[in-house]
Write a protein that binds this ligand. Structure first.
Ligand SMILES: *Cc1c(COP(=O)(O)O)cnc(C)c1O
Length: 435
């Protein structure tokens, strides 16, 4: 597969380069030169395939020329070693896809784990180890770091602002250990980002330590997100079902992956792009004007994005035409009080605990179902984070304390192995050089 840049359709690169670079040199995002169709025999048997099986079939369409079947199977099986089940809301035609059963309880585990293993595959014949630098304000960093845990040939150095992440997130970031080093930076998230950026343009440092990023726009994080859409439709009865899907959206990687799945032949009647008040894309769908704004803080903070990076990919998928985007995607947005109300409503009606992001997606589904009473298919919304990650908001909305699942509970007993770091680049650099 070759990959082109959304900013220069004549700039192509190969898979290895696209995965190692992340961003194209012109700062565009990589897209596959063609979106391949999935084999009809696979599409017609979605319900018979396990998550790793269907993921392998999808991955093969994109990476089959770069990895042997056995290697790709290894990557897929290692990355997707947790379930992604469907749960029905009481006896209704509403369902959720629970994407939060991975090690950091968020759907970003899927992309991060796949990318880590793909990068490791491409690096295995290189003598030098690679260091992934990540600045994080909380969630993404822990998914990326966990994704790389024990992965051959790769070290991760993670920077987070000391005292400015939740105590749950701090535990997640600072107890991993092994090939993951967490630096508690005496500063802000912006300081962390600045220090990482400086490292990437520091030639003297780069001569001694090979660095790469694990950017969220990397194709190796984006494409695996299309796997679970196939798995979802399989669990809902197969590719003949009439299904609409509501996707809680911030940077729109998740929705982009769903649209790619549809282009590959997955039968999704319609997508709902559900956002909080950072409604840049719903506004675009309504007015035709794409106008980035400074992001506003909300309860669904992983979706507080004022300039969604994957908008360029959405436009590429629809040939830069808003009309065809509207045919496939509706945009809806919700305030924090609507989000809280939806959390209370679903707990009361369905005995189901939504996290604030899932609540935005559920609200989007309810809004569209409410407006189209003739719809007799199934409505699916994606639940991207475990409610225990947002326990305070969940308790405020429902009166219930969300339980942390057993498989992550032991992090509370593990030792904090993070290292204190100033917010000065020179200190960070001397640390990276082993001084
Ligand atoms: C990242 C994230 C989102 C937004 O996903 P995008 O792909 O950026 O649109 C939604 N919910 C949760 C819990 C997230 O972590």
């Amino acid at each position: 597969m070759k990959w082109y840049s959304t900013r220069d359709n004549d700039h192509y690169t190969d898979t290895k380069n696209a995965v190692i670079q992340g961003l194209a040199p012109d700062e565009g995002l990589y897209m596959p030169e063609e979106i391949p169709a999935l084999r009809p025999s696979v599409l017609s048997s979605l319900s018979d395939l396990s998550l790793p099986e269907v993921s392998f079939e999808v991955a093969k369409q994109f990476f089959g020329a770069d990895l042997s079947n056995a290697d790709l199977q290894n990557v897929v099986e290692n990355a997707l070693d947790f379930p992604i089940p469907i749960v029905q809301m009481s006896e209704t035609n509403r369902y959720t896809l629970e994407l939060f059963h991975g090690p950091t309880l968020a759907f970003k585990d899927v992309g991060a784990r796949f990318m880590a293993r793909l990068l490791s595959h491409f690096m295995q014949f290189e003598k030098e180890r690679v260091t992934v630098l990540v600045a994080t304000s909380g969630d993404t960093g822990s998914a990326v770091a966990q994704g790389f845990l024990d992965v051959e040939g790769i070290d991760v150095v993670l920077l987070f602002p000391d005292g400015k992440v939740s105590s749950f997130q701090e535990k997640q970031l600072s107890t991993i250990g092994k090939n993951i080093t967490a630096l508690r930076v005496d500063g802000t998230f912006d300081d962390c980002q600045r220090m990482v950026k400086e490292a990437f343009i520091d030639e003297e440092l780069q001569k001694q330590r090979r660095l790469t990023s694990a950017n969220s726009i990397n194709i190796a994080r984006l494409l695996p997100q299309s796997f679970y859409y196939f798995h979802a439709i399989g669990q809902l009865g197969g590719n003949d079902e009439n299904v609409i899907i509501s996707v809680p959206s911030g940077n729109f990687g998740n929705l982009t992956a769903g649209l790619i799945a549809k282009k590959m032949g997955l039968n999704v009647s319609h997508f709902i792009a559900s956002t909080n008040v950072n409604k840049i894309v719903p506004n675009y769908l309504q007015t035709g004007v794409f106008k980035p704004q400074p992001s506003k803080p909300t309860l669904s903070n992983a979706m507080d994005v004022g300039n969604p990076s994957n908008f360029e990919r959405l436009m590429a998928i629809f040939g830069e035409k808003r009309d065809s985007m509207i045919e496939h995607v509706s945009g809806v947005s919700f305030t924090d009080s609507e989000t809280i109300r939806m959390m209370g409503n679903y707990y009361e009606k369905h005995d189901y605990l939504l996290d604030p992001h899932g609540a935005v997606a559920a609200a989007g589904l309810e809004k569209v179902l409410g407006a189209t009473s003739s719809f007799d298919g199934k409505g699916l919304f994606l639940e991207c984070a475990h409610p225990a990650k947002f326990a305070e908001t969940v308790e405020e909305a429902t009166g219930v304390k969300a339980e942390v699942p057993d498989h992550v509970k032991d992090m509370f007993d593990r030792e904090d192995v993070s290292i204190a770091m100033s917010n000065q680049y020179k200190d960070f650099k001397s640390f990276l050089l082993g001084g």
